[in-house]
Ligand binder design. Structure first.
Ligand SMILES: NC(=O)c1ccc[n+]([C@@H]2O[C@H](COP(=O)([O-])OP(=O)(O)OC[C@H]3O[C@@H](n4cnc5c(N)ncnc54)[C@H](O)[C@@H]3O)[C@@H](O)[C@H]2O)c1
Ligand SMILES: NC(=O)c1ccc[n+]([C@@H]2O[C@H](COP(=O)([O-])OP(=O)(O)OC[C@H]3O[C@@H](n4cnc5c(N)ncnc54)[C@H](O)[C@@H]3O)[C@@H](O)[C@H]2O)c1
Lengths: 207, 207
């Protein structure tokens, strides 16, 4: 299994390559990619070679071709349907966030248990009852779900999603979920970003 | 400047060390830390040695002492006051999230421009008008702020925060903000997590 830290690097490479594509850079070297992220060029070459991407000696990689390959490796050469469960504060903010659509993710359905919310419309999505979740998720062949529900409901809801055919879950509820291969759960904790900030505030200016 | 990817590794080390502390492991080796994250033990040793953490040959590191040192390096040996700007859907979810307090971050004040929201109370925080932001942020000596406002307001609000003494900003608005040393901005894009999921769904079972 490819370690999480490698996947995070690949995503950062893709973001950098896409920026360079916009700026019209025809070629990119491992050194340029590495410098943008504070990495060792050797590591960048190793990561890309693992996927069969070999640059030309001295010229590096063709930017457009590298972007295409990385998008394909990441599964971003196609669009993905996403289900969202729990349309409270966080869920409503995620439903309205334009970033998901821009990166190829279409939230196509949303579910909640609250009678006041079921039937309401946010953006162009009608909030459905949890009773309909399995039927809609399997009919639409949805492989990814976002959980923005209270932690007490997290395990039961994720079990139902996995049984209905979902393979990947983005879990915001503060309860650590884990499934065995081939299911994948990413447990999100936004305090990680605050911890990065305090690291910088503590260490900038030292050493 | 320490690269972002190194900081992210250190945070993951700390999380692993804290888990081992809870499990009562007295010693930890670089190999054990590395294996938990799919990393090369050499890299783990190099990262820790940069901060003067040298394990004993064959025995590794004392778990508790390593945890203490990592917390100190990350600036987590003290609590941090945080200001939140924009108490809409996302802001409300962040104000209620128990994870921040657990990791040492106290959101002590919140600001908004909407007359309907100013004066309201969420958790034990009264939503203040944006007119009072500079006064409260500098009086309370707040160094970190979270932006959960529309993108059109992001630049103007972050400039005001930096002038009022804030050093680190966690920006959720979809507009890329950048400041020069010593100010730090982390621009959050939650679609990164969805991209990790699609990578796994695409690559699990291959190779
Ligand atoms: N990981 C992070 O960094 C982070 C940050 C903020 C919030 N959160 C978490 O996200 C979750 C949502 O937060 P919020 O502020 O939006 O809460 P909220 O109470 O506003 O929303 C929760 C929603 O889930 C619905 N719900 C409850 N039980 C359900 C079930 N069994 N099935 C489907 N829907 C159900 C509720 O009706 C409500 O609409 C919480 O668990 C919170 O702790 C995590
Ligand atoms: N980065 C991500 O992954 C991600 C995910 C979800 C939402 N978002 C972004 O987070 C932001 C908030 O989203 P939301 O759904 O909570 O929106 P929202 O409209 O519900 O909330 C915005 C709040 O900001 C307030 N506001 C507007 N202008 C302001 C100003 N100049 N100063 C202070 N407050 C001001 C509004 O009164 C409102 O309360 C948006 O920019 C959205 O795109 C980002």
């Amino acid at each position: 299994r490819i370690p999480e830290v490698t996947v995070e690097r690949l995503i950062k490479y893709l973001r950098f390559v896409e920026e360079m594509e916009k700026d019209g850079m025809r070629n990119l070297t491992a050194k340029q990619i590495a410098e943008s992220l504070g990495l060792n060029p050797h590591l960048v070459r190793k990561d890309l070679a693992y996927f069969g991407q070999f640059g030309k000696r001295g010229k590096g990689y063709e930017t457009e071709k590298l972007g295409e390959t990385l998008r394909k490796i990441m599964g971003l050469d196609k669009r993905w349907k996403v289900a969202l469960v729990g349309v409270g504060n966080l869920g409503s903010a995620l439903l309205r966030y334009p970033g998901f659509k821009e990166r190829g993710f279409d939230v196509v359905c949303a579910f909640d248990t609250s009678p006041q919310k079921i039937g309401r419309q946010i953006e162009d999505i009608k909030i459905e009852s949890m009773d309909k979740m399995e039927e809609i998720v399997s009919k639409e062949n949805i492989k990814i779900a976002i959980l923005s529900i209270p932690k007490e409901a997290a395990e039961e809801v994720s079990d139902r999603l996995v049984k209905a055919g979902v393979m990947g879950i983005l879990n915001f509820a503060p309860r650590y979920l884990q499934y065995s291969y081939p299911f994948r759960v990413l447990n999100v904790d936004l305090s990680l970003y605050l911890e990065s900030l305090t690291f910088y505030l503590e260490n900038d200016g030292k050493k």
